[in-house]
Design a protein around this ligand. Sequence first.
Ligand SMILES: C[S@@+](CC[C@H](N)C(=O)[O-])C[C@H]1O[C@@H](n2cnc3c(N)ncnc32)[C@H](O)[C@@H]1O
Length: 218
Amino acid sequence: MDSRLLTCAQLCCGDVICDIGTDHGYLPCYMVEKGLCKKAFACDVAQGPLDSAIAHINEHGLSDRITAVLSDGLDNIERGDMTDIVIAGMGGELISDILSRCEWLDESINLVLQPMTKADVLRRWLFENGFTVKSELACVSGRFVYSVMQVRKVCPEYPCTQEYLHYGFVKNDTEEGRRYLRERSQKLKKIGSGLLSGGTNNTLAQQLLELSRLHENE
Ligand SMILES: C[S@@+](CC[C@H](N)C(=O)[O-])C[C@H]1O[C@@H](n2cnc3c(N)ncnc32)[C@H](O)[C@@H]1O
């Protein structure tokens, strides 16, 4: 369990966790073993990772509380008494696609989403499809910093601003949060400067540069 998965665990809040794209099954094993939830579903689209999750579950003697399911996203998962769904370690577009195909999501389910790329694409999709980002925490894993989002299927009461899309609701009150905001700012500055020097889209370039200034000094 690295700090990325620990942050996902921290944002779960109920008794029945479903981990989509579980790979080795580290997250559900950790959560059940630590008593952070009562039972869990470890799900993956591919048999290889699922077998490795099953081996891990058996090694830890948790097969009475963790069910392994072969499933593309949530396609083979029933709502049942699910309290939390974690989708971590995938791109923002794939996470959006998985959520868009599920018809039984409701307000009572806590979604914990951790995009490896395209967090802005995921935030836009969430906004346009009636999902509210309740909180975001930054975490560092290896050489990179990521955001973990806690989300509910409730219409957002905030506007879909460029600031929301690019920085989300990550706060600058932790070292990880400051690093996330700083790195996003640097990326926006790079894209804005590139556009400006290429003379292709000056309005967008100015917008991105202005946005980058919000967190350039974190
Ligand atoms: C990079 S691993 C992430 C593992 C773990 N969730 C984490 O964050 O460390 C991505 C896993 O997602 C699985 N995966 C990819 N697409 C999926 C889908 N549509 N539905 C379920 N699992 C998927 C892959 O097979 C792989 O095991």
